[in-house]
Design a protein around this ligand. Sequence first.
Ligand code: ADP
Length: 242
Amino acid sequence: MSKGKVKLIDNGLRHDGRKLDELRTIKMEVGILKSANGSALVEYGKTKVIAAVYGPREPQMKFMALPNRATIRCRYHMASFSTHERKSPAPTRREIELSKVIREALEPVILSELYPRTSIDIFIEVINADGGTRTASITAASLALADAGIPMKDLVASVAVGKVDGYLVLDIDEIEDMYGSADMPVAMAPALGRITLLQLNGVLTSEEFIQALNLAKAGIKQIYEIQKETLKRKYLTVKVED
Ligand code: ADP
């Protein structure tokens, strides 16, 4: 089927029954890995990612140490079984690029100057991919950093908006990404009012761009609330267990 010939929106509802401005079912959990200093599991519908944080710790190699702040390292990886067709386990150019943009989306909130000469390592594994893996990864990594007790100015939450059948839609999945005409992932530190990632693949008019950004902000606000609830839930559980 050629792009544009598939009808994905009917009567104001999307192919999976969602409204245009509706997120997929979002699930989050922190502290899922015993060996990591901090960890999180995040699901956006069928997209499922795990983030693990180690550090602040001694850098693996001395030359990585910075005199005035911690070095933040990030590795985004898709498991071979995460996609329909087996993905090669070797890092692809896409994974190398995403590792960089995810790191850059998180760096502005991390108080790395508190830990000079150390390294904070973020590992992200996509367990199941159905669109929006970079945005779910940013949300998960931010939670894992908080779970590791790394001081931050704010959490970072992220979601992608897209243009499908001429409509702007929130939190696009793989089918919508594949057949839509634009895809715009956005990450924000909501309390700081700071956008830390904004990419646009496709074409939007300037009016559509503003509408898309507002749609993303509304989605990010909801995701941010779930992040805070998830962290509070763990804190309260720990308190009860004490
Ligand atoms: P994102 O996952 O952040 O939306 P892309 O726009 O690059 O990033 O990818 C969209 C979706 O396409 C992914 O979530 C995944 O479902 C699918 N995909 C990406 N790379 C591959 C791959 N190498 N093999 C199979 N599916 C892939």
